[in-house]
Design a binder for this molecule. Structure first.
Ligand code: SAM
Length: 290
């Protein structure tokens, strides 16, 4: 989801029709993320310092949803956590800090995975990284994960949710846990730079994809190029019911769904205080593989 600042442009786009189009959208997103991940390269020293200081970046909602008896949420039950869409690896290594014995991150962006490898070298964390479209996550990892974790701006980049849920299901051990905290689809429905909740013309909760160039000022911001000089990135709004249906269709049992006012992106920077907290900005979902 993007704003309409001068550093980015976006317009509504047709949904992906078939596997070839899904692949083409994801490949274009890979190029776009290689451009945007340069910002994460600038943040790398900070990430290294945080991990070495054992400061977890997990959100309090994630910690609460994953908590087991014991001090750290993953301690004692998670020997392997796989993080889908791991970006430059700070959240992945936070899963280790939270008690996972070993972690694996999967991401489509070459630059993100290079950063993640540098993060491992600087922290000696027990982590492995795979640079691939998550739909092509190696089958050698099937049935190995106690936890499959994703979120914080993840699902919007995936253009085949049933195939995505199939990957989640095949990576988990029986009894393994899936967790996501991500943008609530409702948070797409309003004008991002308005100071009230004003319907964004052209949005559809049920059927919406967009093509964007450039990045929101509240996130990656200006990369010093005009939007038309940057790769086209394709995003998809997934209604909560589609996410639930994809996971249950892949054989998982959804045992928790939460809707939250918390907004980790500051998506509506100009919104007046009296409009904050009126709509869900994020959701979290936990599911178990039978
Ligand atoms: C907003 S980031 C996820 C949030 C992350 N926790 C962070 O620290 O910013 C989205 C990530 O999804 C990755 N991504 C997008 N499409 C993907 C795909 N098809 N397969 C794997 N990774 C993908 C991007 O490269 C990017 O790192």
């Amino acid at each position: 989801m993007t704003d309409s600042s001068p550093s980015s442009t976006y317009h509504r786009h047709e949904l992906a029709k078939d596997a070839a189009e899904v692949h083409a959208f994801h490949e274009s997103n890979r190029q776009g993320w290689n451009e945007g991940a340069i910002r994460y390269t600038e943040w790398l020293e900070k990430s290294i310092a945080k991990i070495n200081a054992r400061q977890s970046s997990l959100h309090p909602i994630e910690r609460a949803n994953l908590r087991r008896p014991g001090i750290d949420p993953l301690l004692g039950w998670c020997s392997l956590a796989i993080h889908l869409q791991c970006a430059s690896g700070e959240d992945t290594l936070s899963l280790w800090l939270e008690g996972a014995s070993r972690v694996i991150g999967v991401d489509i962006s070459d630059v993100h995975i290079e950063n993640a490898r540098k993060l491992t070298a600087a922290t000696q964390a027990p982590a492995e990284w795979y640079r691939c479209d998550l739909l092509d996550t190696p089958h050698a990892l099937d049935g190995t994960a106690d936890l499959v974790y994703t979120g914080q701006g993840a699902l919007c980049w995936i253009h085949d949710l049933d195939a995505w849920a199939g990957v989640v299901a095949r990576l988990l051990k029986p009894g393994g846990v899936f967790h996501v905290l991500d943008d609530h689809p409702m948070s797409w429905m309003f004008e991002q730079d308005a100071d009230t909740l004003r319907y964004a013309e052209g949005m559809s909760y049920f059927n919406y994809a967009e093509a964007a160039q450039g990045w929101p000022t509240t996130y990656i911001g200006d990369l010093g190029k005009k939007p038309e000089e940057l790769s086209v990135m394709y995003e998809r709004l997934w209604p909560l019911a589609s996410i639930h249906a994809a996971l249950t269709g892949a054989g998982l049992r959804v045992d928790y769904l939460g809707e939250h006012p918390d907004d980790y992106w500051n998506s509506y920077p100009n919104l007046k205080p009296e409009y904050r907290g009126l709509i869900p900005m994020t959701f979290s979902m936990r599911a178990i593989k039978a």
